[in-house]
Design a protein. Sequence first.
Length: 455
Amino acid sequence: MLGQLDRHLNNQAKIPEKTSVLFYKPIDGFFVNTHLLWPNRRVTTTPCGQQHVNNSEQLLFACWRVAQKRLAFPSQYHTFSIRLSVLQFPRLSIMQKSFQVGTKTFVLDQDKAEAAFAAKKVINGRDSMTFNLLPLKYQWAYELYRTMKANHWEPEDVPMGKDIEQWRDDRVVSDQERWIIRMGIGYFSAAEGIVGDNIQHVIRELVTAPELKLVLGRHAHEENIHADSLLYMISSLGINPHECEAMFEDVETIVKKNEFVTRISKGLRRDLDLTDPDNKKLFAKNMFTFGQCMEGTQFYGLFGMILSLYRQNKFPGIGQMFRYTLRDESNHIELLRNLFMDLVEENREIWTEEFKEDLRATMAEGVQLEKDFIKDCLPVNAVGLVLEDFLIYIDYIADRRLEGCGLAPLNPGITNPLPWLAEMMDIKKEQNFFEGRVTEYQKSSALESVDDDDL
């Protein structure tokens, strides 16, 4: 495949529009799926194994780069990202329309089946209670579901003995470091539930394609695991649970962060006519807010602080659980970004300059709320914890989220002030605390490291 693409690129400086590029021979039973994330996506994958493309010269080059393990192709705002995967499937065959079993004949309507597939949409799709996943239209959703399933973890499997010792020892950790842990537990103990509730009772209720409902159900399940992990941390450290509830209600910066997302969630909890472009925008904004602003940006200040402590060998159990949580969050961000992009692609009338600026303003509001919250988490600098670095990091992460959705950044050219976080996010291999040996906490069929550039 690489050789074919390479020759195509070298031999043709200008490839005609709407070129069909053959990525495989159907007889070999391979299916190549390409998922393209950019503002004006023009790619679909057909069952016959051809990739139909517009602007094909750029697409071919992007595929060539991706096949070499490169995950980004720079465009106007570095928003062109592409995922290429080769999956082994049974050989493709012509649909059998009639079956003779004994004296009975069963006839299948191919036109009706193909019409049902064509009617699959993010919203306003085919109304059916059969939850029939096949044939998959949103292949990326099923792939992501399998990745998320392979990443399953249980909080009780992470030892907390060292954390308990350090929590009680004033010579090891400072009050400032304990405060960061309290703020982390206090905020996330309910914030994870807010996300899960919105996924289950808003987004999953409104999408119509079964494979999208499948992966969103997994997303909601993982939010339950995260909430459970926080209960495990609270009980292990002996923190009074009323403290967490009080922090959630009484710390003003936490209250404002929660109001920011809950008002957007509550606005969709009603009978909604999703043929109305204004309501489509509200739904797209909900996906953007929860995926890119909340999980994708507002979670990252505390992630960075707690992983900074973990880097100093403080609170290893809590740090490990936050690393597992962060791995999950990277998939949630991708899920909601893909869903957002597909919704926009199927409803191009909502992608106006006014709507784009509304989304950028929403991100700007979320960033300011997160910066205020970070100042409460870190009222004084500590070892390895510098307030200004975390404030810049939030600007950096926010721009990454905007660019990933085809939107202009708020701070063009900003760089990552915390490059060490990329290493901390690589959780392919972990240290077993009891045996002192390396273990792999993931199904071996799906081991992948998470890199900061992918988040």
